[in-house]
Design a protein. Sequence first.
Length: 369
Amino acid sequence: MYLFSNLNLRNLNLKNRIVLSPMCQYRAIEGHVQDWHFLHHSRFALGGMALAFIEATGIMPEGRITHGCTGIWDDAHIDGLSRIVKLYKSQNVAVGIQLAHAGRRASCERLEDGGQPIPKNRNFEARWDTIAPSSIEEKEGFPIPKSMTHEEILKVIDAFKLATKRSLEAGFDVVEIHGAHGYLIHSFFSPISNKRNDDFGGDLRRRMNFPIMVTEAVREIWPEEKPLFFRLSCVDHIKGGISIEDSVELVKELKLHGVDVVDCSSGGMSDLSNPTKQSFYPSFQVPYSEKIKNDAEIKSMAVGLITEGQQAENIIKNNQADLVALGREMMSDANWAYRAALNLGVNDPYEFLPSSYRYYLKIREEFLK
């Protein structure tokens, strides 16, 4: 059984290959987690997965996507995040945090309110100015971001370092750097959004500098024994954008600077780069995790319309990824790992449930036979 085999990442031993993807909830207040976050994560802590990620967490207040995003730019955020860490660890689930700066995609309304840029001159939850490698709006009619100075670039890199220090104090097992979906790191890597002609833009090598420097800063603080993940949009889905070959080259460099696992997503640079409904199909991003894993010789995580246990088993068995991450599917069924174990015929599927549940569910299964 491949899906339910252990995986060692530095000094962290994962009990299986099932991971909860980071999922923004937009319920934080000034970056602080609320009761909702504990309710949200309590569901997953009981479900039998090996590793769970807390949502994309802003390293700076202006790096949030929305006013409702969680933050880690202040020491005051540590206690709330630490409570979620303890929640997961009490159920033998490793826990990670995704560190993020939204760049030109910041200062937006919550998705449930439309997800568009915050209107000008709003009296509550006001809009703020956004930053990017170049002054190019995401699409026509959107705010034009400020092109970052060298000093501003270094300030953001330092903020990633400070956020990593706080992540360590909060007790996280894993840090993931968010380098995907059109956010700041991705926008430096992509030629669609980066038109600089200095050390941080131009050819592929110079566009790689910002992701590499962020990774160096994070790994400088993050202990040697703890694994580091990097979420990557492996392709832009736009003519002239990032190719899978470009991403392989970046990942080879990231590996040299301490990245252990690449979380393989795609798109997000603009509406044009997002996969269409017709291009969504089960395992549609698995070719990227397979290419990254084998060509860059690094562990990879597959994500995107992974819904069935056998499907996930085949991804691991066929060497297409080392981990599978589920988000919306896990939201639909927080006990997905247990269901997959049942369907795949694991000897004791109940071991993935809390001891308080095992007795009752074993009896239930006997009655249903």
